[in-house]
Design a protein around this ligand. Structure first.
Ligand code: S3P
Length: 436
Protein backbone atom coordinates (compact mmCIF):
# COMPACT_ATOMS: atom_id res chain seq x y z
CA UNK A 1 0.00 0.00 0.00
CA UNK A 2 1.30 3.46 -0.84
CA UNK A 3 2.05 5.84 1.99
CA UNK A 4 -0.24 8.82 2.40
CA UNK A 5 1.48 12.16 3.10
CA UNK A 6 -0.04 15.59 3.39
CA UNK A 7 1.26 19.03 2.56
CA UNK A 8 -0.14 21.95 4.49
CA UNK A 9 0.21 25.54 3.22
CA UNK A 10 -0.88 28.87 4.56
CA UNK A 11 -4.50 29.29 3.57
CA UNK A 12 -7.00 32.07 4.00
CA UNK A 13 -8.59 33.23 7.26
CA UNK A 14 -10.65 30.33 8.60
CA UNK A 15 -14.40 30.84 8.37
CA UNK A 16 -17.56 28.81 8.69
CA UNK A 17 -19.28 26.02 10.56
CA UNK A 18 -17.23 22.95 11.33
CA UNK A 19 -19.18 19.90 12.44
CA UNK A 20 -16.62 17.51 13.92
CA UNK A 21 -17.39 13.77 14.23
CA UNK A 22 -18.61 11.86 17.27
CA UNK A 23 -16.67 11.28 20.44
CA UNK A 24 -14.31 8.32 20.29
CA UNK A 25 -14.39 7.48 24.01
CA UNK A 26 -18.18 7.55 24.14
CA UNK A 27 -18.54 5.54 20.90
CA UNK A 28 -16.30 2.69 22.19
CA UNK A 29 -18.19 2.48 25.46
CA UNK A 30 -21.64 2.64 23.87
CA UNK A 31 -20.76 -0.37 21.70
CA UNK A 32 -19.41 -2.39 24.62
CA UNK A 33 -22.25 -1.70 27.05
CA UNK A 34 -24.81 -2.10 24.25
CA UNK A 35 -23.32 -5.52 23.49
CA UNK A 36 -23.59 -6.69 27.10
CA UNK A 37 -27.07 -5.28 27.62
CA UNK A 38 -30.40 -7.02 27.34
CA UNK A 39 -32.26 -5.52 24.39
CA UNK A 40 -31.36 -3.28 21.48
CA UNK A 41 -29.46 -0.02 21.90
CA UNK A 42 -29.45 2.65 19.24
CA UNK A 43 -26.32 4.80 19.04
CA UNK A 44 -26.52 8.15 17.24
CA UNK A 45 -23.51 10.35 16.47
CA UNK A 46 -21.27 7.25 16.44
CA UNK A 47 -17.70 7.94 15.33
CA UNK A 48 -17.10 6.25 11.96
CA UNK A 49 -13.39 5.96 12.76
CA UNK A 50 -11.11 2.97 12.36
CA UNK A 51 -10.68 2.67 16.15
CA UNK A 52 -14.37 2.43 16.93
CA UNK A 53 -15.07 0.26 13.89
CA UNK A 54 -12.40 -2.14 15.16
CA UNK A 55 -14.24 -2.42 18.47
CA UNK A 56 -17.52 -3.06 16.62
CA UNK A 57 -15.82 -5.78 14.55
CA UNK A 58 -14.42 -7.44 17.69
CA UNK A 59 -17.88 -7.51 19.29
CA UNK A 60 -19.32 -8.97 16.08
CA UNK A 61 -16.67 -11.71 16.21
CA UNK A 62 -17.94 -12.41 19.73
CA UNK A 63 -21.45 -12.99 18.38
CA UNK A 64 -23.05 -9.56 18.77
CA UNK A 65 -25.28 -8.38 15.92
CA UNK A 66 -24.54 -4.74 15.11
CA UNK A 67 -26.40 -2.98 12.33
CA UNK A 68 -25.57 0.29 10.60
CA UNK A 69 -28.92 1.88 9.74
CA UNK A 70 -27.12 5.02 8.53
CA UNK A 71 -23.68 6.59 8.62
CA UNK A 72 -22.94 7.56 12.23
CA UNK A 73 -25.55 5.20 13.65
CA UNK A 74 -25.40 1.71 15.09
CA UNK A 75 -28.07 -0.61 16.34
CA UNK A 76 -26.51 -3.00 18.84
CA UNK A 77 -28.47 -6.15 19.63
CA UNK A 78 -27.26 -6.89 23.14
CA UNK A 79 -26.61 -10.50 24.14
CA UNK A 80 -26.71 -9.95 27.90
CA UNK A 81 -23.84 -10.15 30.35
CA UNK A 82 -23.18 -13.84 29.68
CA UNK A 83 -24.19 -14.07 26.03
CA UNK A 84 -20.89 -13.45 24.22
CA UNK A 85 -19.52 -16.39 22.21
CA UNK A 86 -15.84 -17.22 22.18
CA UNK A 87 -13.77 -17.40 19.03
CA UNK A 88 -10.39 -18.90 18.29
CA UNK A 89 -9.60 -16.00 15.94
CA UNK A 90 -7.52 -13.12 17.24
CA UNK A 91 -9.52 -10.00 18.09
CA UNK A 92 -7.91 -7.06 16.30
CA UNK A 93 -8.16 -3.70 18.09
CA UNK A 94 -6.18 -1.92 15.35
CA UNK A 95 -4.61 1.29 16.67
CA UNK A 96 -6.96 1.66 19.63
CA UNK A 97 -5.56 1.66 23.16
CA UNK A 98 -9.06 2.34 24.49
CA UNK A 99 -10.47 -0.64 22.60
CA UNK A 100 -7.80 -3.05 23.82
CA UNK A 101 -7.66 -1.94 27.45
CA UNK A 102 -11.42 -1.84 27.96
CA UNK A 103 -11.90 -5.16 26.15
CA UNK A 104 -9.22 -6.75 28.35
CA UNK A 105 -11.40 -5.94 31.37
CA UNK A 106 -14.58 -7.07 29.66
CA UNK A 107 -13.07 -10.35 28.43
CA UNK A 108 -11.41 -11.18 31.77
CA UNK A 109 -14.84 -12.19 33.11
CA UNK A 110 -15.91 -14.47 30.23
CA UNK A 111 -16.13 -18.24 30.21
CA UNK A 112 -13.94 -18.51 27.08
CA UNK A 113 -10.34 -17.67 26.16
CA UNK A 114 -9.55 -14.81 23.80
CA UNK A 115 -6.58 -13.08 22.24
CA UNK A 116 -6.40 -9.32 21.69
CA UNK A 117 -3.98 -8.02 19.07
CA UNK A 118 -3.23 -4.58 17.67
CA UNK A 119 -1.26 -2.76 15.00
CA UNK A 120 2.42 -1.86 15.25
CA UNK A 121 1.84 1.22 17.41
CA UNK A 122 -0.60 -0.52 19.79
CA UNK A 123 1.78 -3.49 20.04
CA UNK A 124 4.32 -1.15 21.68
CA UNK A 125 1.93 0.27 24.28
CA UNK A 126 2.10 -0.77 27.95
CA UNK A 127 -0.65 -3.14 29.11
CA UNK A 128 0.58 -4.03 32.62
CA UNK A 129 -1.32 -1.02 33.88
CA UNK A 130 -4.50 -3.04 33.16
CA UNK A 131 -3.29 -6.63 33.42
CA UNK A 132 -1.72 -6.18 36.90
CA UNK A 133 -4.87 -4.91 38.66
CA UNK A 134 -7.02 -7.35 36.67
CA UNK A 135 -4.78 -10.16 37.94
CA UNK A 136 -5.45 -8.90 41.47
CA UNK A 137 -9.14 -9.44 40.69
CA UNK A 138 -8.39 -13.05 39.73
CA UNK A 139 -8.03 -12.60 35.97
CA UNK A 140 -5.40 -14.51 33.99
CA UNK A 141 -3.94 -12.54 31.12
CA UNK A 142 -0.67 -13.58 29.51
CA UNK A 143 1.55 -11.32 27.48
CA UNK A 144 5.20 -10.96 26.72
CA UNK A 145 6.78 -8.13 28.69
CA UNK A 146 3.40 -6.53 29.27
CA UNK A 147 2.88 -5.80 25.57
CA UNK A 148 0.13 -6.97 23.19
CA UNK A 149 -0.96 -9.54 22.15
CA UNK A 150 -2.95 -10.23 25.31
CA UNK A 151 -4.08 -13.81 25.87
CA UNK A 152 -7.08 -13.63 28.19
CA UNK A 153 -7.95 -16.90 29.91
CA UNK A 154 -11.63 -17.52 30.38
CA UNK A 155 -13.40 -19.33 33.20
CA UNK A 156 -11.74 -17.44 36.04
CA UNK A 157 -13.81 -16.33 38.98
CA UNK A 158 -13.20 -12.66 39.56
CA UNK A 159 -13.55 -10.84 42.86
CA UNK A 160 -13.77 -7.13 43.50
CA UNK A 161 -10.79 -5.09 44.72
CA UNK A 162 -10.18 -1.57 45.95
CA UNK A 163 -7.56 -0.17 43.61
CA UNK A 164 -5.79 3.17 43.70
CA UNK A 165 -4.51 4.03 40.23
CA UNK A 166 -0.81 4.94 40.20
CA UNK A 167 -1.39 7.17 37.14
CA UNK A 168 -4.63 8.94 36.20
CA UNK A 169 -6.13 6.79 33.42
CA UNK A 170 -9.74 6.51 32.33
CA UNK A 171 -8.85 3.42 30.32
CA UNK A 172 -7.53 1.53 33.34
CA UNK A 173 -10.43 2.67 35.52
CA UNK A 174 -12.88 1.55 32.85
CA UNK A 175 -11.20 -1.85 32.37
CA UNK A 176 -11.55 -2.54 36.09
CA UNK A 177 -15.18 -1.42 36.17
CA UNK A 178 -16.01 -3.67 33.20
CA UNK A 179 -14.31 -6.62 34.92
CA UNK A 180 -16.18 -5.57 38.06
CA UNK A 181 -19.49 -6.36 36.31
CA UNK A 182 -18.42 -10.02 36.47
CA UNK A 183 -16.78 -9.90 39.90
CA UNK A 184 -18.02 -11.18 43.20
CA UNK A 185 -18.41 -8.26 45.62
CA UNK A 186 -17.34 -4.67 45.31
CA UNK A 187 -14.89 -3.13 42.84
CA UNK A 188 -13.70 0.34 43.76
CA UNK A 189 -11.30 2.52 41.74
CA UNK A 190 -9.64 5.60 43.19
CA UNK A 191 -7.81 8.06 40.94
CA UNK A 192 -4.95 10.44 41.74
CA UNK A 193 -6.81 13.01 39.59
CA UNK A 194 -10.34 12.64 38.22
CA UNK A 195 -10.48 11.38 34.63
CA UNK A 196 -13.25 11.20 32.05
CA UNK A 197 -16.23 9.45 33.64
CA UNK A 198 -18.08 8.17 30.57
CA UNK A 199 -18.02 4.55 31.72
CA UNK A 200 -19.56 5.49 35.05
CA UNK A 201 -22.25 7.70 33.51
CA UNK A 202 -23.05 5.15 30.86
CA UNK A 203 -23.24 2.24 33.32
CA UNK A 204 -25.82 4.26 35.23
CA UNK A 205 -27.70 5.01 31.99
CA UNK A 206 -27.76 1.26 31.22
CA UNK A 207 -29.32 0.68 34.64
CA UNK A 208 -26.32 -0.74 36.55
CA UNK A 209 -26.15 0.58 40.11
CA UNK A 210 -22.95 2.62 40.51
CA UNK A 211 -21.69 5.02 43.08
CA UNK A 212 -19.27 7.57 41.63
CA UNK A 213 -17.89 11.03 42.19
CA UNK A 214 -14.90 12.84 40.67
CA UNK A 215 -11.86 10.68 41.46
CA UNK A 216 -13.62 7.47 42.53
CA UNK A 217 -16.10 4.86 41.35
CA UNK A 218 -17.60 1.79 42.98
CA UNK A 219 -19.78 -1.01 41.67
CA UNK A 220 -20.83 -4.49 42.68
CA UNK A 221 -21.20 -7.49 40.39
CA UNK A 222 -24.34 -9.46 39.72
CA UNK A 223 -26.75 -6.97 38.14
CA UNK A 224 -27.93 -6.62 34.53
CA UNK A 225 -27.50 -3.95 31.86
CA UNK A 226 -30.67 -2.73 30.14
CA UNK A 227 -30.43 -1.50 26.56
CA UNK A 228 -30.68 2.24 26.11
CA UNK A 229 -30.19 4.78 23.35
CA UNK A 230 -26.98 6.80 23.33
CA UNK A 231 -26.52 10.25 21.79
CA UNK A 232 -22.78 10.69 21.19
CA UNK A 233 -21.61 14.33 21.33
CA UNK A 234 -19.01 15.72 18.90
CA UNK A 235 -15.48 14.95 20.05
CA UNK A 236 -13.77 17.84 21.87
CA UNK A 237 -10.41 16.31 20.94
CA UNK A 238 -11.27 16.69 17.25
CA UNK A 239 -12.59 20.22 17.80
CA UNK A 240 -9.24 21.05 19.43
CA UNK A 241 -7.38 21.32 16.10
CA UNK A 242 -9.86 23.92 14.88
CA UNK A 243 -9.76 25.84 18.16
CA UNK A 244 -5.99 26.21 17.79
CA UNK A 245 -6.13 26.85 14.04
CA UNK A 246 -8.66 29.69 14.28
CA UNK A 247 -6.83 31.17 17.28
CA UNK A 248 -3.55 31.48 15.37
CA UNK A 249 -4.68 32.48 11.84
CA UNK A 250 -5.50 36.22 11.65
CA UNK A 251 -9.05 37.10 10.66
CA UNK A 252 -10.49 33.67 11.56
CA UNK A 253 -13.92 32.97 13.00
CA UNK A 254 -15.20 29.40 13.34
CA UNK A 255 -18.37 27.90 14.80
CA UNK A 256 -18.15 24.34 16.09
CA UNK A 257 -21.67 23.12 16.89
CA UNK A 258 -22.70 20.65 19.62
CA UNK A 259 -19.29 19.71 21.00
CA UNK A 260 -19.06 17.53 24.12
CA UNK A 261 -17.86 19.69 27.01
CA UNK A 262 -17.37 17.17 29.79
CA UNK A 263 -15.09 19.06 32.22
CA UNK A 264 -12.65 16.13 32.23
CA UNK A 265 -12.03 16.80 28.53
CA UNK A 266 -11.88 20.56 28.20
CA UNK A 267 -8.53 21.42 29.78
CA UNK A 268 -7.35 22.82 26.43
CA UNK A 269 -10.15 25.38 26.47
CA UNK A 270 -8.82 26.70 29.77
CA UNK A 271 -5.20 26.53 28.62
CA UNK A 272 -5.92 28.45 25.41
CA UNK A 273 -7.90 31.07 27.33
CA UNK A 274 -4.94 31.50 29.69
CA UNK A 275 -2.86 32.12 26.55
CA UNK A 276 -5.27 34.88 25.45
CA UNK A 277 -7.57 32.92 23.11
CA UNK A 278 -11.06 34.17 22.30
CA UNK A 279 -13.30 31.11 22.59
CA UNK A 280 -16.92 31.32 23.65
CA UNK A 281 -19.42 28.64 24.55
CA UNK A 282 -22.92 29.29 23.24
CA UNK A 283 -26.12 27.32 23.56
CA UNK A 284 -24.79 25.27 26.49
CA UNK A 285 -27.14 22.39 27.26
CA UNK A 286 -27.24 18.73 28.24
CA UNK A 287 -27.59 15.96 25.72
CA UNK A 288 -27.70 12.29 26.74
CA UNK A 289 -26.52 13.28 30.22
CA UNK A 290 -23.43 15.09 28.88
CA UNK A 291 -22.74 18.84 28.79
CA UNK A 292 -22.68 20.03 25.18
CA UNK A 293 -22.31 23.47 23.61
CA UNK A 294 -21.39 25.37 20.45
CA UNK A 295 -17.84 26.71 20.43
CA UNK A 296 -17.17 30.05 18.75
CA UNK A 297 -13.49 30.80 18.23
CA UNK A 298 -11.95 33.99 16.87
CA UNK A 299 -8.35 34.79 16.11
CA UNK A 300 -6.54 36.36 19.05
CA UNK A 301 -2.86 36.99 19.74
CA UNK A 302 -1.59 34.21 22.03
CA UNK A 303 1.14 34.41 24.64
CA UNK A 304 3.08 31.64 26.35
CA UNK A 305 2.10 30.28 29.77
CA UNK A 306 3.32 27.94 32.48
CA UNK A 307 0.65 25.31 32.08
CA UNK A 308 -0.98 24.53 35.45
CA UNK A 309 -0.24 20.84 36.08
CA UNK A 310 -3.77 20.32 37.34
CA UNK A 311 -4.98 20.77 33.74
CA UNK A 312 -2.83 17.94 32.34
CA UNK A 313 -5.27 15.01 32.78
CA UNK A 314 -8.15 17.12 31.43
CA UNK A 315 -6.30 17.73 28.16
CA UNK A 316 -4.23 14.58 27.87
CA UNK A 317 -5.00 14.13 24.15
CA UNK A 318 -4.63 17.82 23.27
CA UNK A 319 -0.92 18.40 23.84
CA UNK A 320 0.12 18.09 20.19
CA UNK A 321 -2.36 20.87 19.37
CA UNK A 322 -1.28 22.91 22.42
CA UNK A 323 2.37 22.75 21.33
CA UNK A 324 1.42 24.22 17.95
CA UNK A 325 -0.44 27.04 19.71
CA UNK A 326 2.68 27.58 21.84
CA UNK A 327 4.88 27.75 18.73
CA UNK A 328 2.63 30.47 17.28
CA UNK A 329 2.44 32.39 20.58
CA UNK A 330 4.82 35.03 21.87
CA UNK A 331 7.08 33.93 24.71
CA UNK A 332 7.63 30.59 26.39
CA UNK A 333 5.13 27.86 27.19
CA UNK A 334 6.22 25.41 29.84
CA UNK A 335 4.61 21.97 30.25
CA UNK A 336 5.44 19.69 33.17
CA UNK A 337 3.86 16.57 34.64
CA UNK A 338 2.91 15.09 31.28
CA UNK A 339 5.12 11.97 31.07
CA UNK A 340 2.05 9.96 29.99
CA UNK A 341 2.45 11.58 26.57
CA UNK A 342 5.39 9.25 25.97
CA UNK A 343 3.10 6.19 25.87
CA UNK A 344 0.31 7.41 23.61
CA UNK A 345 -0.07 6.39 19.93
CA UNK A 346 3.50 7.71 19.66
CA UNK A 347 5.90 9.34 22.11
CA UNK A 348 4.14 12.66 21.69
CA UNK A 349 6.72 14.72 23.55
CA UNK A 350 9.51 13.46 21.29
CA UNK A 351 7.39 13.61 18.12
CA UNK A 352 6.25 17.19 18.70
CA UNK A 353 9.66 18.39 19.84
CA UNK A 354 11.47 16.99 16.82
CA UNK A 355 8.76 18.09 14.37
CA UNK A 356 8.64 21.64 15.69
CA UNK A 357 12.44 21.86 15.69
CA UNK A 358 12.41 20.82 12.05
CA UNK A 359 10.18 23.85 11.45
CA UNK A 360 12.68 26.10 13.23
CA UNK A 361 10.86 26.39 16.56
CA UNK A 362 12.95 26.27 19.76
CA UNK A 363 11.80 23.34 21.91
CA UNK A 364 13.48 21.96 24.99
CA UNK A 365 12.26 18.47 25.83
CA UNK A 366 12.25 17.21 29.42
CA UNK A 367 11.34 13.74 30.71
CA UNK A 368 7.81 14.88 31.60
CA UNK A 369 7.20 17.87 29.38
CA UNK A 370 8.67 20.53 27.13
CA UNK A 371 9.34 24.22 26.89
CA UNK A 372 8.34 25.79 23.58
CA UNK A 373 9.51 29.28 22.67
CA UNK A 374 7.13 30.90 20.21
CA UNK A 375 8.54 32.45 17.07
CA UNK A 376 8.49 32.17 13.31
CA UNK A 377 7.44 28.72 12.06
CA UNK A 378 9.17 27.58 8.89
CA UNK A 379 8.39 24.93 6.30
CA UNK A 380 9.86 21.43 6.24
CA UNK A 381 9.10 17.73 6.29
CA UNK A 382 8.05 16.16 9.54
CA UNK A 383 7.19 12.62 10.67
CA UNK A 384 3.79 11.88 12.15
CA UNK A 385 5.11 8.59 13.56
CA UNK A 386 1.79 7.14 12.39
CA UNK A 387 0.03 9.17 15.09
CA UNK A 388 -3.25 10.79 14.03
CA UNK A 389 -2.99 13.70 16.44
CA UNK A 390 0.59 14.53 15.47
CA UNK A 391 -0.44 14.59 11.80
CA UNK A 392 -3.43 16.89 12.37
CA UNK A 393 -1.42 19.19 14.65
CA UNK A 394 1.23 19.76 11.97
CA UNK A 395 -1.54 20.39 9.43
CA UNK A 396 -2.50 23.28 11.73
CA UNK A 397 1.14 24.42 12.01
CA UNK A 398 1.27 24.62 8.20
CA UNK A 399 -1.34 27.41 8.33
CA UNK A 400 1.18 29.79 9.86
CA UNK A 401 4.41 28.39 8.39
CA UNK A 402 6.75 30.32 6.12
CA UNK A 403 6.82 27.42 3.63
CA UNK A 404 4.94 24.19 2.96
CA UNK A 405 4.85 21.64 5.75
CA UNK A 406 4.97 18.07 4.49
CA UNK A 407 3.67 15.50 6.96
CA UNK A 408 4.70 11.89 6.42
CA UNK A 409 2.27 9.03 6.97
CA UNK A 410 -1.14 10.54 7.66
CA UNK A 411 -3.32 7.48 7.05
CA UNK A 412 -3.99 6.98 10.77
CA UNK A 413 -5.96 10.22 10.90
CA UNK A 414 -8.82 7.92 9.89
CA UNK A 415 -8.61 6.22 13.30
CA UNK A 416 -10.23 9.19 15.03
CA UNK A 417 -11.16 11.82 12.43
CA UNK A 418 -12.28 10.50 9.06
CA UNK A 419 -12.99 13.45 6.78
CA UNK A 420 -10.56 15.81 8.52
CA UNK A 421 -8.97 16.91 5.26
CA UNK A 422 -12.25 17.86 3.57
CA UNK A 423 -13.59 19.58 6.68
CA UNK A 424 -10.35 21.50 7.15
CA UNK A 425 -10.15 22.57 3.51
CA UNK A 426 -13.82 23.57 3.64
CA UNK A 427 -13.09 26.22 6.25
CA UNK A 428 -9.86 27.58 4.76
CA UNK A 429 -6.97 25.15 5.26
CA UNK A 430 -4.83 24.45 2.19
CA UNK A 431 -4.16 20.80 2.79
CA UNK A 432 -3.33 18.36 -0.02
CA UNK A 433 -2.80 14.62 -0.15
CA UNK A 434 0.43 13.28 -1.61
CA UNK A 435 0.58 9.56 -2.45
CA UNK A 436 4.07 8.10 -2.59
C1 S3P B 1 -9.31 7.44 26.86
C2 S3P B 1 -8.47 7.74 27.91
C3 S3P B 1 -7.18 8.40 27.73
C4 S3P B 1 -7.05 9.04 26.37
C5 S3P B 1 -7.53 8.17 25.26
C6 S3P B 1 -9.00 7.80 25.47
C7 S3P B 1 -10.58 6.76 27.15
O1 S3P B 1 -6.15 7.43 27.87
O2 S3P B 1 -5.71 9.42 26.13
O3 S3P B 1 -7.41 8.81 24.01
O4 S3P B 1 -11.46 6.69 26.26
O5 S3P B 1 -10.74 6.24 28.28
P1 S3P B 1 -5.51 7.04 29.31
O6 S3P B 1 -6.55 6.35 30.10
O7 S3P B 1 -4.37 6.13 28.97
O8 S3P B 1 -5.08 8.35 29.90
Amino acid sequence: MSRLDWTSHTGRALQGNVRVPGDKSVSHRALMLGALAEGTSHIRGFLEGEDTRATAAVLQQLGVRIETPADGERRVHGVGLHGLRGTTQALDCGNAGTGMRLLAGLLAGQAFDSTLVGDESLSRRPMRRVTDPLAQMGARIDSEQGLPPLHVRGGQSLHGIRYTLPVASAQVKSALLLAGLYAEGETEVIEPHPTRDYTERMLAAFGWPIDFAPGRARITGGHALRATDVAVPADFSSAAFFLVAASIVPGSLLHLPAVGLNPRRTGLLQALRLMGADIRVENAHESGGEPVGDLVVRHAPLHGIELPQSLVPDMIDEFPALFVAAAAATGRTVVRGAAELRVKESDRLAAMASGLRTLGVAVEETPDGATVTGGPVGGGTIQSHGDHRIAMSFAVAGLVAGGPVRINDCSNVATSFPGFLALANGCGFALAEVHD
